[in-house]
Design a binder for this molecule. Structure first.
Ligand code: AMP
Length: 478
């Protein structure tokens, strides 16, 4: 899980990239970075920390140029070491390439071994460096970014929404199944591509459209152009973006995330009505769900929990005792709203169960009579290999456990998950156009030891034109 952005703007890009990354901060808090290009120089500033900690006025002023890319990182592949902070830079004979990636490859080891045998030296442990290496390698041969991205799409297995800065042009591409989001907007004096539309809003830009799965978009000072590099017989948009990861005010692949969550909340009530005095969200991720639940049930929406907005990341606390204390500082109960009340508590998901258990206990301790837990996702039973930090089956509370056992473990009076069919309906996509790997254990790309739902990807063959009829169809990939 990461956030990416690319901007070309005649008025300069560093401050705009900074604000866009700020809008995408929820997608990754471990590190942030920006690369820009001017004249013949690639400028990069990146470090571990939040966007506001990594950049200041001075560092932004040093990032010169009218084209640039940015990244916020939430580590999935590769450990939390400074070398893994993106964007990554590659230089070769007058070409400078900087690259940033959101997603996760599942054939990293195989590709890395192959490129190492050919003499490539890797400086990081990330899959992103492999994408950069494939591109740089292909550019050495043909100097065509279309060829390079075609090679990427043929070789990479997994999810990749990517932005690249090649000298003063931005390239953005999305894997053939469109697993991770990427959209395009118009700015006063240029264009932006970003993981979520909220980054476009932050710059007062106008949303144009999503980058299509398998599409390569080029932006330079003369404007925007596009080449369809591959097509697939299905999509596989990440369901967890809608459930938890994306901001509720983002529009993603045609759907306002808030609407999807609100509808799930409505369906949660219809699935299993309960009598209660109030509907409370777990802030902030449960809010849109709770709004929908309250709306459909007629039970008042009332906040039973408050979140401290100024709380930093809890994982930096060195001991368990300090981490527990941090949770108490982060969330507190509104006692007056809870005492002697029957509470419907709505959250987006249960992963390990730690949060739910702790919150149910807090609400009980605040004097609530009953806590009915409602969850905006079906039980998470399998890990994610495609970019969401999801633990192993052994750590997932719902893996191999009945709902009743989960209910007992978290201490709720009742527990209801949204059924998968209702969730799919709320997204408005067909079941085959979303990736539900973490909910079903069946993935849209081939992963060792896991079930795969097959799909067919066709690649643009021969000379590269943006004409779909030149695709050689029938090349099967999973
Ligand atoms: P837990 O059940 O304690 O492991 O955590 C579940 C809560 O963490 C959910 O209610 C989400 O709000 C949040 N969450 C879900 N998935 C993730 C994730 N991959 N990374 C960080 N937080 C998450």
């Amino acid at each position: 899980m990461c956030g990416i952005v690319g901007i070309v703007d005649a008025g300069g890009v560093s401050f705009q990239l900074y604000y866009a990354l700020y809008a995408l901060q929820h997608r990754g808090q471990e590190s942030a970075g920006i690369s820009t290009f001017e004249g013949a120089t690639l400028y990069t500033h990146k470090a571990q920390g939040l966007v506001a900690e990594v950049f200041n006025r001075h560092t932004l002023q040093e990032l010169r140029g009218k084209a640039g890319i940015g990244h916020v990182r939430y580590p999935t592949t590769g450990s939390k070491i400074p070398e893994n902070v993106q964007p990554f830079n590659f230089k070769y004979r007058g070409l400078t390439l900087s690259i940033a990636h959101n997603g996760n490859l599942v054939n990293t080891t195989e590709l890395r071994g192959e490129y190492e045998r050919r003499g490539q030296i890797f400086c990081t442990t990330t899959d992103t460096e492999i994408i950069g290496s494939i591109i740089a390698d292909a550019l050495r041969a043909s100097k065509s970014m279309e060829d390079a991205v075609l090679l990427c799409m043929r070789r990479l297995r997994g999810s990749y929404a990517t932005v690249a800065l090649l000298n003063d042009a931005i390239y953005a591409f999305r894997d053939p199944l469109g697993i991770k989001p990427l959209c395009i907007g118009k700015l006063d004096q240029g264009y932006i591509v970003a993981s979520e539309s909220v980054a476009i809003d932050a710059l007062d830009g106008t949303f144009i459209r999503d980058v299509r799965p398998g599409e390569l978009v080029r932006i330079d000072e003369s404007g925007l152009s596009s080449t369809q590099i591959s097509t697939a017989n299905r999509r596989a948009h990440c369901i967890f973006e809608y459930i938890y990861f994306a901001r509720a005010d983002s529009v993603m692949d045609g759907k306002l995330v808030y609407d999807v969550r609100r509808q799930i909340g409505q369906k949660l009530y219809e699935t299993s009505p309960v009598e209660a005095d109030l509907v409370s969200p777990v802030p902030d991720s449960g809010t849109a769900y709770a709004a929908g639940y309250a709306e459909r049930s007629g039970i008042p929406f009332l906040e039973g929990l408050m979140k401290n907005r100024y709380m930093g990341r809890t994982f930096i606390m060195p001991t368990q005792k300090q981490r527990d204390r941090a949770v108490r500082i982060k969330l507190n109960t509104v006692r007056g709203n809870l005492k002697n009340k029957r509470v419907v508590l709505v959250d987006d998901s249960i992963v390990r169960g730690t949060t739910s258990r702790r919150i149910v206990k807090m609400i009980r301790e605040a004097g609530a009579d009953e806590v009915h837990l409602r969850v905006g996702s079906p039980p998470i039973i399998a890990p994610c290999y495609l970019g969401v930090d999801m633990p192993t089956r052994a750590e997932l509370i719902a893996s191999g456990r009945e709902v009743e056992a989960v209910r007992e473990s978290v201490g709720a009076a009742s527990l209801v998950y949204i059924p998968l069919e209702d969730l799919v309906e709320a997204t408005g996509f067909g079941e085959l156009d979303i990736c539900t790997g973490c909910l079903t254990g069946c993935y849209p790309v081939e992963i060792d030891g896991e079930k795969t739902s097959r799909c067919v990807v066709s690649y643009m063959g021969g000379s590269l034109q943006s004409d779909l009829s030149t695709f050689d169809s029938g090349k099967e990939e999973t």
